[in-house]
Design a protein around this ligand. Structure first.
Ligand SMILES: Cc1ncc(CO)c(N)n1
Length: 216
C-alpha cells in the first residue's frame, strides 16, 4: 500500500470536522457572511504569499528535474491565484487586517519544515494544502442542495476542478515516491507533519470564521 493510502485514514476525524465546520457549511449554502469570506480571502492571500515561497523552496531542493518542475510550477500557480484574488475581490474590499495568529502559525510551520527537515518531510507537510482543498472542493461540488446562484461558486470551482485535481494527484505521487525510500524515523516525521498540517487546515477555516485577531 502506498504512503498516502495508509496515511489518509488517520486524518479522517480532522476531515470530518472540516466539512462539518460552519465555515464550510456557509460556503455550501451560500449563506456565509460576506464579511467572514473577505476576512478569509485576505488571510488566504497572506497565506499564499508565503506558501508560494515554501513550494519554490521544495522545488529548489528536488534533484529530480520533473519533481523540481512540478513544485516550481505549483508555486507559479499559487502566484496566479494570488493575483486573481487581488483583482477580483480584494482590491475592491481594501481589507487591511494584519496577519492572524493562525495564518502566521501555519505559514511559519511550513517554512520551518522545509528549511529544517528533510525534503520528504517538507513534501508531507505541504501535502494537506493540496489534498484537503481538493477534497473540500469535491465535497461541496457533490452537494445537490446548494443554492442556484452561490456567491462562492468561483471559489468552489477553483478547488473542485479538474486542473487542481491533476496537480494534487502529482503531489501525492511524488510524496509517495519519497516515502518508499524513507527510513522508519523519517516516515514517522512525515506522518507527524502531515497530521499537523491537516490540523492547521482545520484551524485556518476556524480562525477565519472567528475573524481571529491578536488578543493583545
Ligand atoms: C490555507 C490554505 N490551504 C491550502 C490552500 C490551497 O492552495 C489555500 N488556498 N489556503
Amino acid at each position: 500500500m502506498d504512503w498516502y493510502t495508509q496515511i489518509r485514514p488517520k486524518i479522517q476525524p480532522i476531515f470530518d470536522q472540516i466539512i462539518a465546520h460552519p465555515f464550510i457549511e456557509g460556503l455550501l449554502s451560500g449563506e456565509l457572511p460576506m464579511e467572514v469570506f473577505y476576512f478569509y480571502l485576505h488571510q488566504d492571500s497572506l497565506y499564499l504569499s508565503e506558501y508560494r515561497r515554501t513550494l519554490a523552496t521544495i522545488g529548489s531542493q528536488c534533484t529530480d528535474m520533473e519533481e523540481s518542475q512540478f513544485y516550481l510550477e505549483a508555486a507559479n500557480g499559487v502566484i496566479l491565484v494570488e493575483k486573481a484574488l487581488h483583482t477580483t475581490y480584494l482590491e475592491k474590499a481594501r481589507i487591511e487586517s494584519p496577519i492572524s495568529p493562525t495564518c502566521e502559525l501555519y505559514t511559519s510551520y511550513l517554512s520551518k519544515m522545509v528549511h529544517t527537515q528533510s525534503l520528504a518531510v517538507g513534501m508531507a507537510a505541504v501535502l494537506p494544502c493540496f489534498t484537503i482543498y481538493k477534497e473540500v472542493g469535491d465535497y461541496i461540488l457533490a452537494q445537490k442542495d446548494g443554492p442556484e446562484n452561490n456567491p462562492f461558486q468561483d471559489w468552489i470551482n477553483t478547488y473542485g476542478g479538474e486542473a487542481f485535481a491533476e496537480s494534487v494527484a502529482q503531489a501525492v505521487r511524488i510524496t509517495n515516491t519519497h516515502a518508499q525510500t524513507a527510513p522508519e524515523a523519517e516516515l514517522a516525521q512525515m506522518e507527524a507533519a502531515f497530521i499537523k498540517a491537516s490540523q492547521l487546515e482545520w484551524l485556518f477555516w476556524d480562525s477565519a470564521y472567528r475573524q481571529e485577531k491578536w488578543p493583545v
